[in-house]
Design a protein around this ligand. Sequence first.
Ligand code: AGP
Length: 584
Amino acid sequence: MEYRGYDSAGIAVERDRDLTVRKSAVRVGELRALTEGLEGAVVGIAHTRWATHGAATEANAHPHVDESGRIAVVHNGILENAEHLRAQLVEQGVVLASETDSEVLAHLIAAEVRQGRRLEDAVRESLRGVEGTYGIVVLDAQRPDELVAARNGSPIVLGLGEGEMFIASDVSALVLHTRQVVYLEDGEVATVRAGDYHTSTVDSRRTDRAPTTVDQSATDFELGGFSDYMDKEIQEQPEAVGRALLGRLDARLGTARLDGLGLDPRELRGIRRVKILGCGSAYYAGQLGAAMIEELARVPADAEPAAEFRYRNPVVDPDCLYIAVSQSGETFDTLATVEELRRKGARVAGAVNVVGSAIARECGSGVFLHAGPEISVASTKAFTNMTVSFAMLGLLLGRVRDLSATQGKRIVEGLQALPDRIAEVVEQRAAIAAVADRFADAEHMFYIGRVRGWPVAREGAQKLKEISYIHAEAYQASELKHGPLALIDPSMPSVVVVPDDELIGKNLSTIEQIKARGGPVIVVTNADLPCDLADAVIRVPRVEPELDPILLTIPMQLFAYHLARKLGRDIDKPRNLAKSVTVE
Ligand code: AGP
């Protein structure tokens, strides 16, 4: 699971009824070198860690092992009562080898095994005393014919091979070996042997999990000649958007078909509000989408960070369509929000990329993004497909209300043209790289947008800080003079988003205000603005005005990418970040 972002890694294998453990606080590449000589082993567990409890050290890397060296555990998630459990273990005389929450699992399970319990029962018993989230796999060196996995809030998927079995936290790790997979549900335990598997609940009820076939192959996850995944995924966007639109546009009626929502026209008309919930870039995509939905359908729509929403005990509106948006479908805060909304009887649909993921399953209805596997931590093609999906939702909701057939057809044509227009922007990458090079020594940048340009600016700033580590701050153009303008000087470049819409005059005067204070300006626009308007002008083609923000985001990705590249950053795996944030 290297691609998800990690800070240490480890592996434990069984040989001659004994565990051999190797760990690295550097990279998986180093771990590979440390595993020389372990080739004969037939069962093992490995892990890439993203530190939550305790620093990124070898001691804190997983797998964690009990004192007798018999039980090894890998764990994703966070144990909330870890301090209490650690204190209890210390009281019992156990010497803890790490600062992690996860280590307690190895000791708890080992204690149950010592009392004669089968591994599966020992895991079950131990999990009863544990609060928090987990996706775990457990290996008992004395019983090397089986592995036990359990899930609560962190994904676990079994891969069914022929005479061999796999367990992972993401199907991307499995597709090289098998496309037959079984997704565990929260509260489930699986025992996996080379030739079979069975599942049950933590409280011992048998469950029946039928395998599903993954609709992706190993090549979807390969770099295929690109130097990094972010570059590949930026360039894949025309096809990815084509897939999102496939079979969903009705040119004759000027509308969209989103059958996965499971809503008939009467129910669509009954929706009085749309609220989009997600985290990070998914939230910004939601903000961009909400603006399009409101514009096309004249239905009040907004977006909110999922965690903020659930912690403020929101008033749940029965006439609101709540949408959980997520690339991975496993983001903890978004999933918890869906659960909370469902508990309160709300109507929640998913806008999710990974089929079979927890959020997709919990929502039960929605729109799959069809972006294909997104490996780079920085989201690009999934972000774009989120916005395209929201545009289709806006169109659909608009066409059961006051959006005329003519207007609907105009939007359909605009959407159909998007893949080609995106390809035209991607083709400008050398020119955008040249602009990025000129600003590579900036320590801070502003991203300025107004109305349609505002979510674009937010996502632009997010991309830049995430992969280049340059401090970037997004502001509404109208807010500049209420404070941030004080920071403008020749060392503070501003990226200003200028859609060719009725607000262009206001955006041009914002540019003048920045220039008057000596601030360098980079304009990203689809208007015919003169090249000498600013220090750099990046132009994108026109689409339909309502869809402009989708296209204006693409140069933001390329600008951040080339700047990060110029600075020699680890683009696909930025420091401190993980691809799927399955912890709170
Ligand atoms: C995007 O570039 C970021 N890596 C991050 O903000 C991401 O969008 C967020 O963590 C949500 O992920 P999700 O779409 O998988 O739910």
